[in-house]
Design a protein around this ligand. Structure first.
Ligand SMILES: *Cc1c(COP(=O)(O)O)cnc(C)c1O
Length: 406
């Protein structure tokens, strides 16, 4: 069964890969639940979750089962034909949300690309070409295609690639007055993350999302929620919009949707969806049977009262210990976020040192993330064991204590 592979090392990365990433010094080779082992056999606890992707940890039996069964059945047929897993997943997503139609793709950027193109198309069809402006938030992140970096509110990702997509402006997040001043009858969409993920794990204020909804209605603009990071149970609700009770017109999902298998989805109403008629948009792999079979298993497991309630309880467990570490070592000024998307904001003395903490944590055997240089981010499995939370945070505390000692 097992194939003999040529040995590879971390040093090979710098010889063979485009240098757009700077991966850690060790190479993970195996995972089970919330634990990962590297090439040397060293075990780490995983609070990074593949950047909010491994929503059920590593090699969850339900996902392995779904993938294996589909792998022995049918891999790919393209969108010239539909397939059963895609139709089953679509029905489950629509049953569980406001949406009436779904478009499948392969990543968060592609889900947003589809969302933004749909918003522009709807405005073009109904109001003409002048209604094309998109309002987004400073510090937001929507992916790395040219359209999505242009909508994203971080010039470091969009500068230096020639002319950007036109008609996009940015306003400070959670600032109702700024949004009010920006939205006009030329606005086709307001795009927001209900919780800014990459920007620092910053949840929206309820009044802000409500104001965005009202402004969009007033100006015939569409409200687009990017739930690529905040969705699929991570907030403790299936999607964060449900937590807030503010419903968008278009929602993008990816990351946790596939639990580690690449898939993205754009969800919307049938009224809007009809503007993407045959031939207007597409992707070869979108709705791939393997991806959809895995995502169906993901939603079956996470969209249950037990798992979603567990997310709330585990949030408390994380927040209590992180608050203690923050106070004892003076390292965090605030612990924020919803459910199992948690940000520990570095105190003034530690500002800019998130990467140093992340590296020190890995040395002690726990994988965490950063969200900007000033926030340590946690996006673990939604079913991470309490014992793993305790052990992982004990390792983080050890890392922080060593950094404090110098
Ligand atoms: C990660 C992320 C994206 C981009 O998803 P990719 O799968 O990397 O293309 C878009 N929006 C948000 C909010 C994200 O966190």
């Amino acid at each position: 069964m097992s194939v003999q592979h040529d040995p590879v090392q971390r040093a090979d990365f710098d010889q063979v890969m485009v240098p757009n990433y700077a991966p850690a010094a060790f190479i993970p080779v195996r995972g089970a639940g919330s634990r990962v082992w590297d090439q040397s056999g060293r075990e780490l606890i995983d609070f990074a979750g593949g950047i909010a992707v491994n929503v059920l940890g590593h090699c969850h039996p339900a996902l392995v089962g779904a993938l294996t069964e589909q792998a022995n059945t049918l891999w790919h047929v393209s969108n010239v034909f539909t397939n059963e897993p895609a139709l089953r997943l679509a029905k489950k997503l629509l049953d569980a949300t406001f949406a009436e139609r779904v478009f499948f793709c392969n990543s968060g950027a592609e889900a947003n690309e589809a969302a933004f193109k749909l918003a522009r198309r709807v405005a073009f069809d109904k109001f003409g070409e002048d209604k094309c402006e998109i309002i987004a938030a400073t510090n937001s992140f929507h992916g790395r295609t040219l359209f999505t970096v242009s909508v994203g509110g971080q010039p470091k990702y969009s500068d230096g690639f020639g002319p950007k997509i036109q008609g996009i402006s940015h306003v400070p997040y959670n600032d109702i007055e700024a949004l009010k001043a920006a939205v006009s009858d030329k606005t086709c969409a307001v795009v927001l993350e209900p919780i800014q993920g990459e920007g620092g794990v910053l949840p929206a204020d309820l009044a802000y999302l409500q104001a965005a909804r009202e402004l969009c209605d007033k100006h015939n603009a569409l409200l687009v929620f990017d739930e690529v990071q905040s969705g699929m149970g991570r907030s403790g609700s299936l999607f964060a919009y449900m937590h807030y009770g503010v419903t968008p017109d278009i929602l993008s999902s990816a990351k946790s949707l596939g639990g580690g298998f690449p898939i993205g989805a754009m969800l919307t109403t049938s009224e809007l969806a009809k503007h993407l008629a045959v031939g207007t948009h597409g992707t070869t792999y979108g709705g791939n049977p393997l991806a959809c079979a895995v995502a169906e298993a993901v939603i079956d497991v996470i969209n249950t009262p037990e798992v979603l309630a567990g997310v709330q309880a585990k949030h408390q467990r994380f927040a209590a210990k992180l608050t203690q570490i923050g106070e004892q070592y003076g390292v965090f000024s605030q612990v924020r976020g919803l459910g199992l998307l948690i940000g520990a904001v570095l105190s003034d003395a530690w500002k800019g040192k998130a990467k140093a903490i992340l590296d020190a944590a890995a040395v002690e055997g726990v994988m965490v993330l950063q969200a900007s240089p000033d926030v340590v981010r946690f996006a673990p499995s939604l079913v991470v064991e309490d014992a793993d939370i305790d052990e992982g945070l004990a390792r983080l505390e050890k890392a922080v204590a060593k950094l404090v000692q110098g």
